[in-house]
Design a protein around this ligand. Structure first.
Ligand code: DC
Length: 230
């Protein structure tokens, strides 16, 4: 098959869902299998949050936040374990995963200036197709025309347990506290006025509770192949 014919098959895949449902791991693996570009939009919201925190800008300081986002140049690069994130040339990949950022990011992500700047950037990244983008509003707002939309979820208990196993060595936090924080973050993401976390009407609901990552990846690749042959 020529490159051009191959390119004609390329679609965009939107994977939305609540925190800890396995979106990033799944999206990364799907992108790897399809030779697509993976875009972690949560990392972009985290990067804005980190930079605002460093500048002492609160989430509700809309003017200062709008000015700050205009000055940020966010670049995503494929990394070994996670996607590498650069802001104005600085590698912030690890810092955006800190607890301070995690606890505050939903508040910054609720701001119009932040969402419009990042949404525009995300659409540009997906313009030439062949993208697997994960987030909260990809299927509903960022890429409403994505050829495949998946809403990936899992129970709060399972999501908290997965995160607990990931971070228990490095961060002193109980499973119960993580469960509470995840439930709070879900509520903030679902209730915000702009682009709340909701399942697009045409998104396929995939519950990963009790499923392995590989099973979920396989299912999405199968769905992609079905869409491509339509
Ligand atoms: O996927 P994550 O946990 O890294 O996302 C961090 C935060 O960013 C999360 O609280 C919701 C927000 N977010 C968003 O509002 N819209 C997106 N497309 C992606 C993430």
């Amino acid at each position: 098959m020529s490159q051009q014919e191959g390119d004609r098959d390329r679609i965009n895949i939107a994977i939305d869902g609540p925190a800890g449902a396995g979106k990033s791991t799944v999206a990364r693996m799907v992108a790897g299998q399809l030779n697509y570009v993976y875009i972690d939009t949560g990392a972009m919201y985290r990067a804005v949050t980190l930079m605002a925190q460093r500048s002492g800008i609160e989430a509700n300081d809309t003017d200062a936040l709008a000015k700050l986002v205009e000055q940020l140049r966010i670049v995503l690069m494929p990394g070994e374990k996670a996607q590498a994130v650069f802001v104005n040339g600085e590698d912030v990949t690890n810092q955006i995963r800190s607890r301070e950022v995690t606890l505050q990011v939903s508040h910054y992500a609720a701001q119009e200036s932040v969402r419009s700047m990042l949404g525009k950037l995300q659409r540009e990244m997906a313009a030439s197709k062949g993208v697997v983008m994960d987030g909260r509003d990809i299927g509903t707002h960022v890429l409403p025309d994505a050829e495949l939309k998946v809403f990936l979820t899992a129970s709060v208990q399972e999501r908290a347990l997965r995160r607990y196993n990931e971070i228990k060595e490095s961060q002193p936090i109980s499973l119960a506290q993580l469960e509470q924080e995840i439930a709070e973050r879900d509520a903030l993401d679902e209730k915000r006025a702009i682009s709340p976390l909701t399942r697009a009407a045409d998104a396929l609901l995939l519950d990963s509770t009790g499923k392995s990552i590989e099973e979920v990846v396989e299912e999405i690749v199968r769905l992609k192949n079905r869409v491509s042959t339509l």
